[in-house]
Design a protein around this ligand. Structure first.
Ligand SMILES: [Zn+2]
Length: 63
């Protein structure tokens, strides 16, 4: 799990958690973070819908 400051989980889609956090510029970002062991995938998006779409289309390498 990446060390997002103040990561606040909103929902999860499969193994992927969607949450918000603030970047170092103080802007709210929507992060999609895969919680599966040894996957380590995560990405930031400017909207929650984009993060949800990414979570739905994420294919875990370990499956
Ligand atoms: Zn994954």
């Amino acid at each position: 799990m990446p060390a997002h400051d103040h990561f606040h989980s909103v929902m999860s889609i499969g193994p992927v958690q969607i949450g918000t956090h603030r970047d170092r510029h103080g802007q709210t970002k929507h992060a999609a973070v895969c919680t599966a062991d040894r996957c380590g995938w995560s990405a930031d998006y400017t909207s929650q819908s984009a993060a949800q779409l990414a979570a739905r289309t994420h294919r875990c390498k370990i499956r």
